[in-house]
Write a protein that binds this ligand. Structure first.
Ligand SMILES: Nc1ncnc2c1ncn2[C@@H]1O[C@H](COP(=O)(O)OP(=O)(O)O)[C@@H](O)[C@H]1O
Ligand SMILES: [Mg+2]
Length: 381
């Protein structure tokens, strides 16, 4: 019997909504349909603005949540159209796992705020899961990060458990590097009795995208061609790497709360004369370097490093990663049966299944939560 789930992801890159329809029965995973719907430039701007305090933000956040739900619903229609000729209808989809759009991620204070006698830690993903359930007629599982944060965890990354499920056949001690807006690493243990490790390495595409939009008028640097035309500025690179986040020990996670355009602009102040393409090259080197340092700290042997997320399509970035990690073989996840842009959406389909079956989705070894937890809330169709 197939077990059909839909996973929907819109990450910190703010590029759009990615969806997959997967069969999660048995040990294997089969992607039956996939779709990516980009956000238009205005909506991307609004989501970016909602990452910082701004006027009337509660109202605007609610509207943005509705819009996310509508965008997700369109992806669902697209996915269902792709499988209709196989006779698959929405009634056979067990649930949708919908990530939502992170606009604040502040999990780092798992202690009570003495002033207000309440928890200071939270993570916020804009979405309207009730509307998504209404529009699709399918059970929706959403807000998958908050329970881990409530249990003292980072609420992120949540993908390592899924990486273990799909990539452990590649071998033990494998690294999986997800290059989204933020980059996160999963390390599958050498000894299967040991826990999986994982954490956010630092910026992935977010800063490169912002710089490319500002100076080249493009949402992203296709294949890293613009960065490749520039040169690395070693002093700037050092200055960028000089942030305490890079030295923190896991568990750790981050977002645009830290690695924002404001952060970048402050760092760039002493380098006002730098050529834009050299800054782009240096930002690419920042991502490569922060990831390579993380990888070489946790992958001791010459094990495979599987790269996924949209940044895996940045050939120049991958080339730099491979150059910084000569002992490892860097491969894109497509080589192991799951295309780079589908991995994270598939992870949220799997997380939905875990929740529906009342199984934990987090890994305390990764997030630092007090224990395994069943994640999210269910919005019945
Ligand atoms: N052809 C490409 N060349 C370079 N970068 C790309 C390409 N395609 C996608 N990307 C990068 O991947 C990002 C989207 O990746 P994604 O995995 O969706 O991240 P997120 O989960 O943060 O949304 C884009 O913003 C862009 O930076
Ligand atoms: Mg994306």
């Amino acid at each position: 019997m197939p077990e059909l789930y839909i996973g929907l992801m819109s990450g910190t890159s703010l590029d759009g909504a990615d969806g997959v329809l997967v069969d999660l029965s048995g040990a294997s995973l089969r992607v039956l349909a996939n779709a990516s719907h980009p956000f238009d430039a205005n909506f991307r701007e609004e989501l970016l603005a909602l990452n910082s305090p701004s006027l009337n933000e509660l109202h605007r956040a609610a509207l943005a949540g509705n819009r996310i739900a509508c965008a997700y619903a369109e992806v669902v229609v697209d996915l269902l159209a792709q499988v209709s000729m196989r006779g698959i209808t929405k009634n056979q989809i067990l649930a949708i796992g919908a990530h939502g759009q992170t606009v604040r991620h502040q999990p780092a204070a798992p202690t009570r705020d003495a002033n207000v006698n309440t928890w200071a830690a939270y993570t916020l993903q804009l979405n309207n899961p009730a509307l998504l359930a209404e529009l699709t007629g399918i059970d929706v599982i959403a807000d998958l990060r908050s329970r881990d944060v409530a249990a003292g965890g980072q609420g992120a990354p949540l993908v390592p458990a899924f990486h273990q499920r799909v990539f452990s056949q590649v071998g033990t001690g494998v690294g999986v590097l997800n290059l989204g807006g933020i980059a996160n690493l999963s390390v599958l243990p050498q000894d299967r009795s040991q826990p999986v490790l994982g954490f956010d390495c630092g910026p992935g595409n977010a800063l490169m995208d912002a710089w490319c939009q500002r100076h080249a008028g493009q949402a992203f640097d296709a294949a890293g061609a613009w960065a490749a035309a520039g040169q690395c500025l070693p002093d700037l690179l050092q200055h960028l790497l000089d942030d305490p986040y890079f030295l923190l020990a896991p568990p750790k996670s981050t977002g645009r709360d830290l690695f924002s355009v404001k952060w970048l602009d402050q760092k760039l102040m002493p380098f006002a004369a730098a050529r834009p393409q050299d800054v782009q090259n240096t930002l690419t080197e920042l991502t490569a370097s922060a990831c390579a340092t993380s990888v070489s700290s946790y992958l001791k042997r010459s094990n495979p490093l599987i790269v996924c997320g949209g940044g895996a399509l940045n050939q120049y970035l991958l080339q730099r990663l491979q150059a910084l990690l000569p002992a490892l073989k860097v491969s894109i996840s497509d080589r192991f049966g799951l295309p780079a842009l589908q991995v994270e959406a598939a992870a949220f389909a799997w997380l939905a299944k875990q929740t529906l079956e009342r199984k934990p989705g987090n890994l305390p070894s990764v997030t630092g939560a007090a224990g395994p937890r069943i994640l999210g809330a269910i919005y019945p169709a």
